[in-house]
Design a binder for this molecule. Sequence first.
Ligand code: ADP
Length: 408
Amino acid sequence: MNATQVLVLNSGSSSLKYQLLDMPAGRRLATGLVERIGEDGPGRLVHTPAGTNGDGDGDSGRRERELPLPDHAAALRAAGEELAADGLGLDSPELAAIGHRVVHGGRTFTEPTVVDERVLAEIERLVPLAPLHNPANLAGIRTALAINPDVPQVAVFDTAFHTTIPDHAACYAIDAEVAAEHRIRRYGFHGTSHAFVSRRTAELLGRRPEEVNVITLHLGNGASAAAVAGGRCVDTSMGLTPLQGLVMGTRSGDIDPAVVFHLSRVAGMSVAEIDELLNSRSGLRGLCGDNDMREVVRRMDAGDTRARLAFDVYIHRLRSYLGAYVAVLGRVDAVAFTAGVGENATRVRTAAVAGLDALGLAIDERLNTAAVRGPRLISPEYARVAVAVVPTDEELEIATQAFALVNA
Ligand code: ADP
């Protein structure tokens, strides 16, 4: 019998998220989160076996413990113990592949890739482009390789879906030699999500991905938009780093680059301070003090003017990108909202398309506010462009890509 399980690992600098899925159906066998890796004090592990409610409420099978977690190897071993307790495991003959989320694949990795020494070296070479993420991703891969060298390890890159973006959309208008030497261009992120959601949106329309043009709006804590023409990405709002584009929870998105020089010259801030300002103290949090859209909307409704401004700036930027991508695509068949804000914030969806009837965009408020989960259309029958809510599932997409690759 062929092995059908895929373990998906998403390693952050101090955390490790894992999911074990049975493929090709994508049934979840277990999910878990290991936190506070390499920090002072004990680490924490939460493991949720299948059949329990992964959302956390009242799930009897959920197990939680504190334990010493000096590094990623300890974290993965602890996850392995939890899986083993459920009769699953890192060394199970059922395991077909381990799929790793890797943030930066540069221009090298356009597809999911089976990891070998050459691939590891290339991910390492890309560290300057993603100094926080790629080292953590590498630690996860190296650890998994050490624990089970026999099962194929597949790297799935956040940037891969965007490697089809043409040069005219990916190049910044700066000195070409400097750009080439330092590999400066638009790479884009959240690619796994944009790929998954654009394909699901086509399914929702009963069409093949090659037949439809979709604008996907991934609005989570980080946020990005993508223009997808016939299943291929042609533009996205994030750039060299995930700082560019939409207003996010704590990141500024687009600003005049001269703001950086100004802060340096006039405010005397260091590069590290400006980096921290734009990544962690900007976006919704910078504008009003809260980075959670639920809180922003609640305060706005209570008459708070800072929260109102934060919401309005967020929406203005979102609409600007929406309009830009209508022009980039020429013909748009659907706009899809996804991730925490996109899937849940009815007010954001309403405001994003309000008054855009001339572009063929409209929302049916009854559908928009209906308590429904799962992929759904929220535009009225008559609208020329479908507006959809499509929950993203990056782990399932990574498992799907990894499973397809090892069975190819
Ligand atoms: P991440 O980018 O960390 O994966 P998510 O996609 O889970 O984030 O999105 C998290 C964000 O989604 C939260 O910070 C919050 O702003 C927003 N969010 C979650 N639920 C709701 C809701 N019911 N209404 C409005 N916003 C929500």
